[in-house]
Every structure is written in C-alpha cells, then in structure tokens.
Write a protein that binds this ligand. Structure first.
Ligand code: 5GP
Length: 204
C-alpha cells in the first residue's frame, strides 16, 4: 500500500524539553527525517551548522521567505526561525515521515496548511521545573529568560489545538510515547481509509 509520510510536529513552550526528546527519539528512529530549520540566531556552543540549524542572515531569510521557501516561520526572541519547504515536501511525498521541532505559532501555521499533520504538545512536569530548566541552560541573559518564561505561560493555553500531549518527566519515556503516537497514527482508519480500500480492490 502506498502511503505518504506523516508530518509530525513536536511543539510546546521553550524549556519543556522538545529538543531533548527529539534527540533521543532520533537516536532510535533513523527512518524518520528531522527537518533542519533555518534561523538568524547565532550558533550556541556545541551546535553544528547544517545539523542543529542552517544559520543564515536576516537578508537571506527574508529573500527565502519572499520566494515561499518556508512551510512556516516565526519571528521570536528577536530572531527568525523557519522550516525549509522543499525537503519536507519531497520526503513526505516519497513516504518518509518528517518531524518538525518548532514553537507554537509555527505549529499553528502548519495545522492550518496541513490539517493532516500530527501535532504533539510537550509539557514540563511543573511550572517550577520549566523555570529551573530555562535558568539552567544558562545561555540567555536575564531579560531573555524572563521573555521565554512569560511566553511559555501564554503558550500553555494553546494545548486545545493539539492532538496529543506528552508530559516530559523522563526523556526515554517521552521518546517512547512519540513512537506510540506514530504507530497509532499509522493505524488510523480515518487517515488511510482511501488507500486501504484502493489497495484491497487491486489485490482481488
Ligand atoms: P532556540 O533558539 O532555543 O534553538 O529555539 C527557540 C524556539 O524556536 C524553540 O521553541 C524552537 O523549538 C523553535 N524553533 C526552532 N526552529 C523553528 C522553526 O523552524 N520554526 C518555528 N516556528 N520555531 C522553531
């Protein structure tokens, strides 16, 4: 049976742990493609160009944006972030599942354009824990931390727009949940009824 790949969106407030879950999930699920976003933010220590992000200038971002080069994008924390369109679309067409790890405004743009996308919301175990994670990262200034926290609290209210949630207590458990969600979606009659009926018609 021919199936398109799933468009998976892992989203949630900054500091909830989406990045860590993504890394863990990708270690054991090499058949899923993790989309590399483009950003105008400067690389942090340990980040690798082309793997963590494509680091581009504001001018480059705005040109690509004009040319419809992004599936979604956002201007947040004083920088642009966006999902390059072409590679995601090509892979989905070829049947590969593609994972986006993005913030909530971008996730809502994806939901609008691709109602069939699977939206997963990552929650911190508590607000105190979220605060402590943002502090611990230690890469942001005091005012940036404040900005991220305020935004995180607002963002929690968007959860109704999502299909699934994961409370990120333990990264291994959270990555397992992602796998289960994908399996459930791959067994969804609602999603695949046409392909199923076509396939079994051909088989006769
Ligand atoms: P950071 O600067 O910590 O790497 O990322 C800041 C936020 O931007 C995170 O919540 C991250 O998930 C989100 N983000 C990263 N890439 C993209 C993207 O391509 N689109 C959107 N909408 N958000 C992104």
């Amino acid at each position: 049976m021919d199936r398109k790949g799933l468009l998976l969106v892992l989203s949630g407030p900054s500091g909830a742990g989406k990045g860590t879950i993504c890394d863990k999930f990708m270690q054991n699920n090499k058949d899923v493609l993790l989309s590399v976003s483009s950003t105008t933010r400067k690389p942090r220590e340990g980040e690798i160009a082309g793997v963590s992000y494509n680091y581009i200038t504001k001018d480059e971002f705005e040109t690509q944006l004009k040319n419809d080069g992004f599936l979604e994008h956002v201007h947040v924390f004083e920088n642009y972030y966006g999902t390059p369109r072409q590679s995601v679309m090509d892979n989905i067409e070829q049947g590969t599942d593609v994972l986006l790890e993005i913030e909530i405004v971008g996730a809502m743009q994806i939901k609008k354009r691709f109602p069939e996308a699977v939206l997963i919301f990552v929650l911190p175990p508590s607000i105190e824990e979220l605060e402590s994670r943002i502090h611990k990262r230690g890469t942001e200034t005091q005012s940036q931390i404040k900005l991220r926290l305020e935004r995180a609290l607002k963002e929690m209210k968007e959860i109704n727009e999502y299909s699934y949630f994961i409370i990120n207590k333990d990264v291994d458990e959270s990555a397992d949940y992602m796998k289960c969600i994908i399996k459930a979606e791959k067994s969804s009659v609602r999603r695949y009824s046409e392909e199923l009926l076509d396939f079994y018609k051909e088989e006769k």
